[in-house]
Write a protein that binds this ligand. Sequence first.
Ligand code: CP
Length: 313
Amino acid sequence: AKHLLSIEQLSPEEIETILNLSDEYVDLNRRQVKHSDALAGLTQINMFFENSTRTQASFELAGKRLGADVMNMAMQASSVKKGETLIDTALTLNAMHPDLLVVRHPHSGAVELLASKVNCAVLNAGDGRHEHPTQALLDALTIRRKKGRLHRLSIAICGDIAHSRVARSNLILLGKMENRVRLVGPPTLMPSQIAELGVEVFDDMREGLKDVDVVMMLRLQRERMDGGFIPSEREYYHRFGLDAEKLSYAKQDAIVMHPGPMNRGVEIDGLLADDINRSVIQDQVEMGVAVRMAAMDLLARNLRASSDEGVMV
Ligand code: CP
């Protein structure tokens, strides 16, 4: 493919290919071999129209470790603030001939629209409540490395599902890899077309976590709640916050995940988040660099192959 816009677009075989190459990059990074030339001579521009710590930092590091020239657009200081549209901004950058554009945007579908207007490869770093494909891939890599497989696992995704692109991408990926996914959270924070998803839904944490292999917690996405239902933090933590007691309903070796940023004492107990015997939150961050290296490496191979074809024609 030319772009990485969604998990929806990927086949199980393509997901495996990305994870297998990511595994090689994890091992390389652990041996502190932090440079290769997979993206040498290529220009990567990161455009984040929404705040980010993990995704932006890891895309930047990934590009630099692969030898790309990486530029971070400071969107807060850009001409977007003077009224320039997303498409005009993209066309302006496109005229500078980047090879890879990494884009995060608050509106669902904005990254796909942008990809249709530019010549380079586009990677979706999160669009509204639609998809966050590299997050689901790094979650999958973490699960595969911790559990030794990525199929026939029982996985509970818990919390604010309705507003979460992370939940959506994970649901699609884990389903494609033949896992049993459950959604756990208040009915007010479940997507409206829940029946079409074909997954089990629980509004009780103890029932929802019973015998699962993986517990994936999510943040309350207040910025996407549009003045609708916003639960009180204390009440929410009491009913849906993950602590050791609720986790005791899951399998004894169940792992705890969170994409970050987390709100300690709202959706997760701070001590549990730091418990390295159960929590793999820092592993997820580490896998994020490797997955983004692999995704950009594979897209760059396609770019080079199609430009070689161009020369031959
Ligand atoms: N998980 C995630 O996307 O984190 P950031 O918003 O910090 O990039």
